[in-house]
Structures are given as C-alpha cells and as structure tokens.
Design a protein around this ligand. Structure first.
Ligand code: ZN
Length: 322
C-alpha cells in the first residue's frame, strides 16, 4: 500500500473580476500572490492566446497546503454552491485572532460575514468572498509560517489551509474515495440543519489535513460558475508517490487522467462518484522554479510553450494593478 496523500495541495475556484479577486485575497485576507500566470490547458491545440488569468495565493513561498488558486474572467456566469461540490474552504488563523478577523471582515465591504460557530471543538468564522464563495477561518495551530510582509500583522495572519468541506450526494461513496487516499474518519457531529458532518484527517504535516463531509439532504444541487470551487487538489510528495496513488485509484475502478505538466507541479485528475473534481498534484518543482522568492507574483509568468508569444497573450488579458 503506497503512502497516503500528504493533505491538500491547493483549492481552485472561479472568480468574476480579476482585480476584485486580487484586492480581496491579498488586501483583505493578507495572502501573498505567489504566481500570476494564465490558464494553459492544451499546448498542442491550434494556438489561441489564453484570455484567462490564473492567480495563486499562498504563504511566502507557496508551500503546498497554503495555496488558493483562481480562474477569474468576466465571461463566467454566477455559480451556485450546492451538492456535488466542495462547499467551503477553511483557512487556519491563530487561536487569539478571532476578534481581529471579525472586525476586519466586518469592515471589508467586499466580504459577507456570518456569526461565528463551533465545529469539532473549534471556533469557525464563516464568510463569503466578493463572488459569494463560502470560506471559513478556523482558530487552531498550523506549521505554516505567517507571511510577515503582508497587510495583516503576523500574529493574526492566515496560516495556510485548514481543510475543505465536501457536500456529496452519497457521503459513503465519497468517504470511500477519501479512505483510498489515506484519510481516516476522526469525528462526527450533527449540523445546525437537518444533517451531519463527518471529519476525516490524514496523518502528516499540521496543515491542510482535514476534509469534512457535509451531509444535508435538502440542499440544492451545485452549479459551476464564479463563487464556486472547481476542484480540490491533494498532495503527492513526488512523481513516484503520484504514480503509486494513480495506480491505487485505477485498481479501485477510478479513471485518473495521465500526468499533466502544470509548470509548478505535475497533476492527475479524476471525478469522484458524486461529481467533485479531484486533482493529485506533486510538491515539486514548486513556485520558486521560475522566479526568486523576493519576486514571486510580481510579473506575468508563462510556461515555456507560450513564452515566444507573450505579446499576444498579454493583449488578451485585462490590466491589473498589484
Ligand atoms: Zn489544480
């Protein structure tokens, strides 16, 4: 049996306006923009300049498990959060930072803040980003260091991903997928509505360890669009680990893709039986492989096959200011 996944690598969502997305995740949440690039899905297709940015927000260096990524574009319609999706992404904040963040999010016109709640013994601060994407800040410990050069004082700063909530139609099927990836069920609790949460944890580093399955039968079906998560990515420590996980998935009847080169990691994808898109991404080569740590995110980076067409690509993108 190959090693379990090493927690979550990143979560990717759709957004509507690139500038609004940047302003919120760097200016309000205080994450670092560690990479601005474009969507580059199919290098072999007849060339069409990509028109969509791909932004990566993280800690100082883009540590796997601290990364939120966005595909922002004005042509994307509004999505609906619901069954068959990842319905909330949670970030860790220090134990003493709940009041700080309550005030900060209440003052941010672009955020919608909800009353704090408790889940599995921890304080949860639920809110929505400007596109209506559900997020949570959860007070706890994390081995991700705060970014010391952002707008949020380091003692309150976000410490990476805490976990995600998935809302499958059939929680047992999705639980089996998580167990295949090495997760163990660690807790169970009723929801304030008519359902329940089951918490899964994977051994390993103390960040991005949790997946909660939310089972609330009356919730409507999700529909993709801005304000919704496109996929959640789990961590493989290297290519060999990814190969072993891919084989394990195939042996269990899943149909993962071949390995795709995403420039900053290598990825395979599959859709679990309830429709949640899942990726397994490698730690290497990482975000420092095409720019030094001091310069991360400052300029548009393109993969090798687009570099000689930079002018054409830039002409397709809306202007942003950092
Ligand atoms: Zn991804």
């Amino acid at each position: 049996m190959s090693a379990p996944v090493a927690g979550l690598h990143h979560v990717t969502a759709y957004a509507h306006d690139p500038q609004q997305n940047l302003d919120f995740y760097t200016g309000v949440l205080g994450l670092r923009l560690v990479k601005q690039t474009v969507l580059f899905n199919n290098p072999s297709a007849a060339f069409q300049a990509p028109t969509m940015y791909h932004f990566y927000y993280a800690d100082e260096t883009g540590t796997p498990g601290s990364v939120l990524t966005f595909k922002p574009h004005h042509s994307i319609q509004k999505g609906q959060v619901g069954r068959g999706q990842a319905t909330a992404t949670a970030l860790t904040i220090p134990e003493g930072a709940v009041e700080f963040w309550t005030d900060r999010l209440r003052e941010a016109a672009s955020a919608t803040l909800y009353p704090p709640t408790q889940r599995f013994g921890r304080t949860v601060l639920p809110f929505q980003d400007p596109d209506g994407q559900p997020l949570e800040l959860i007070a706890g410990t994390s081995d991700i260091a705060p970014w010391t050069d952002g707008p949020v004082p380091p003692e309150h700063a976000v410490r990476g991903i805490h976990g995600v909530t998935l809302h499958p139609n059939n929680a047992q099927q999705t639980a089996a997928v998580l167990q295949l990836l090495g997760y163990e069920q660690v807790d169970h609790a009723p929801t304030p509505q008519d359902g329940d949460w089951t918490r899964f944890r994977v051994p390993g580093p103390e960040h991005a360890q949790f997946v909660d399955l939310y089972n609330e039968p009356n919730m409507h079906e999700g529909r993709w669009g801005y304000g919704t998560v496109h996929h959640v990515a789990f961590r493989a420590t290297d290519d060999e680990h990814q190969r072993a996980l891919r084989q394990r998935l195939r042996d269990a009847g899943h149909t993962p893709t071949t390995v795709k080169d995403r420039n900053y990691f290598h990825s395979i994808y599959f859709r679990e039986p309830n429709g949640v898109n899942i990726e397994i991404a490698t730690d290497p080569p990482g975000f420092l492989h095409d720019e030094p740590v001091d310069e991360l995110g400052r300029t548009l980076k393109l993969p090798p096959f687009l570099q000689d067409r930079r002018e054409q690509v830039e002409a397709q993108l809306t202007d942003i200011s950092l």
